[in-house]
Design a protein around this ligand. Structure first.
Ligand SMILES: CC(C)(COP(=O)([O-])OP(=O)([O-])OC[C@H]1O[C@@H](n2cnc3c(N)ncnc32)[C@H](O)[C@@H]1OP(=O)([O-])[O-])[C@@H](O)C(=O)NCCC(=O)NCCSC(=O)C[C@@](C)(O)CC(=O)[O-]
Length: 299
């Protein structure tokens, strides 16, 4: 399959990246991060989550973050909503796009959202209806597509029906998440081959964590399968509160560098992105998780 000419990056740093941080991060720092990402040319930024603050305390101020950011026309600013309550809170905060999240493994579904996979899908139905009524677009996630921290291996055949269910209920795009970052390029290719029999390729996205150092290889493998949307996190921020040991998402800077090398357009200014990553890394007092940003600092 020819490589795509254009790739869309879904920047998940402010949400997937920061949700795992134990230290307090001010609303002002979160707003600054989102504004920096807007300046860098990201067309899609996941800003926060409307989930229970008891489950994920770091996302508690998401409404304030939405109120503070400078939204640029043409850029999508999205939030996670696990149930109707979350959707209504997101709507009240002026959010125009939400994401619902299911899992391919029962154990992860229980630990993450306290219900079975089928109950989670039922819980999303009223969100989909309310979203249609309010003209809000809904993206879907499937977690643990290449492995589960509690159940081990997860087959592509387990993932496909969940992705299909999200697609059938109206998610315009379904992002397949390698939550614990154990997947390999071969497994990634097979995953997309199998799932694409149920959901059109152009409505699938890849979401890779870099725990085993395979994320960039998995992006390339996905490109070969005709996938042209990837979730990534500036400075490789992140992890998952319900997946112990999972490292950050693939660093946005590293994906942009890979894509530039392939002549694939993203609309993102790499230098500004590196600056955004440096700033949030220094706020968090963390090493920058982007290899590209680290290499640039050493030059
Ligand atoms: C889904 C629930 C709420 C179920 O949690 P529950 O305890 O079963 O829910 P409940 O309906 O029984 O409510 C319990 C309490 O939470 C409140 N509550 C209920 N809903 C909300 C809401 N929306 N916002 C704020 N508060 C809420 C509710 O009002 C009540 O408050 P209390 O009476 O105890 O004071 C909980 O499990 C939850 O919030 N989970 C979120 C988990 C999460 O955010 N995980 C990280 C995101 S997923 C991810 O990172 C993976 C991904 C997407 O990146 C892809 C990948 O890498 O795999």
């Amino acid at each position: 399959m020819p490589l795509p000419k254009h790739v869309r990056l879904v920047e998940v740093g402010p949400r997937d990246g920061l949700q795992n941080e134990a230290q307090p991060i001010s609303v002002a720092d979160k707003v600054r991060l989102v504004d920096d990402l807007t300046e860098a040319g990201l067309a899609y930024i996941e800003v926060g989550s409307f989930v229970s603050p008891k489950w994920v305390p770091q996302m508690a101020g998401s409404a304030e973050v939405f109120a503070g950011i400078h939204q640029r026309p043409g850029v999508t600013y999205a939030a996670l909503a696990p149930n109707l309550r979350g959707f209504e809170d997101a709507l009240a905060a002026g959010v125009k796009e939400v994401a619902v999240f299911a899992a391919a493994s029962e154990a992860f579904s229980q630990r993450n959202i306290n219900c079975s996979i089928s109950d989670s899908l039922k819980r999303f139905e009223p969100i989909m209806e309310a979203a249609r009524n309010h003209g809000v677009r809904v993206r879907g996630y499937v977690s643990c597509v290449l492995g589960c921290p509690y159940e081990g291996k997860v087959s592509a055949e387990q993932v496909a029906p969940v992705a299909r269910a999200l697609h059938d209920m109206g998610c315009y795009e379904v992002s397949l998440g390698d939550t614990i970052g154990t997947g390999t390029a071969g497994e990634t290719r097979r995953l997309f081959e199998v799932v694409a029999a149920q959901v059109p390729r152009e409505q699938l996205a890849g979401h890779f964590h870099d725990t085993y150092g395979q994320a960039l290889a998995n992006v390339y493998a996905s490109l070969l399968e005709g996938i042209s949307v990837f979730d990534s996190s500036v400075a490789g921020l992140g992890g998952c509160p319900y997946a112990k040991g999972a490292t950050g998402n693939i660093a946005s800077e590293d994906v942009v560098y890979l894509l530039q090398g392939l002549g694939i357009e993203t609309g993102i200014d790499l230098e500004r992105l590196i600056t955004a990553g440096r700033r949030i890394s220094s706020v968090l007092g963390r090493d920058n998780g982007s290899r590209v940003a680290r290499a640039r600092s050493a030059q």
